[in-house]
Design a protein around this ligand. Structure first.
Ligand code: SF4
Length: 236
């Protein structure tokens, strides 16, 4: 599978370079909508070789680098983490974005200490509806309130347009994101091989009602899962 692994995010609150690195399989690995496993490997040498090549694309143009992988950043092998740190030093990167599952929330400080630059952590909440998030999507993200998320993470991702979701759920999710976070990502669900199916009517409604989100700087909207310029188009 050929993936685009380097790009630049230009339409966002913070312009940044982005790399899609390879990693070990997601430790949680149970989300019912997730097909990321296709880009995982258990061979650290293969992963490190590829990641080193990908990181050579980084120039430090914006002094900000987002590192994503098909899982959480804690599933990136150690040598690749060292390669990221070398890239930070080589390019004068001042801020790193990472993504991690909620279960890693007590480890985030390790990355802060390791990279010694500003870190910005994103987590996939998908929806603030507890039942849909954990019983349907099997996300394994249990929190008491939004403040608990903010204690650990700077930004959340939500997902829209799945069968079983309602307009009311989406309206509430977007409102919570906008009212509480300095940055967020809205992902339009793209059909894959999993049991979760898109709700095309709901997606049409969302595109009409929320087109204005394109102008909200603190929200990155991925109408397609390749809108950041990395990854393959799963459904075209
Ligand atoms: S935590 Fe992320 S990578 Fe892991 S199964 Fe869930 S969506 Fe997939």
């Amino acid at each position: 599978m050929k993936l685009v692994r380097y790009s630049k995010i230009l339409k966002s609150l913070e312009m940044r370079e982005i790399v899609l690195l390879k990693s070990f399989p997601c430790r949680w690995g149970r989300c019912s909508f997730c097909s990321y496993i296709d880009d995982n490997s258990t061979d650290p040498d293969e992963i490190d070789r590829l990641n080193s090549e990908v990181l050579l694309n980084v120039t430090g143009e914006f002094k900000v680098l987002e590192v994503i992988n098909s899982g959480s950043c804690f599933e990136i092998p150690e040598k690749s983490l060292l390669a990221i740190r070398q890239t930070v030093e080589r390019c004068g990167i001042e801020k790193l974005y990472f993504e991690a599952h909620w279960s890693y929330r007590h480890k985030l400080h390790e990355f802060k200490q390791f990279f010694k630059v500003k870190t910005f952590f994103i987590t996939g909440i998908e929806t603030f509806d507890d039942y849909f998030r954990n019983q349907v999507l099997k996300k394994g993200v249990v929190f008491a309130n939004v403040d608990e998320i903010k204690r650990y993470f700077d930004s959340v991702c939500i997902m829209v347009g799945m069968l079983g979701q309602t307009k009311e759920m989406i309206i509430r999710d977007v409102k919570i994101l906008l009212d509480n976070f300095e940055h967020g990502t809205v992902n339009m669900f793209v059909e894959n091989q999993t049991e979760i199916k898109p709700d095309l009517d709901l997606q049409r409604w969302f595109k009409q009602e929320y087109v204005w989100l394109n102008d909200v700087k603190k929200v990155d909207v991925l109408w397609k899962n390749t809108d950041f310029g990395v990854g393959t188009v799963l459904n075209e």
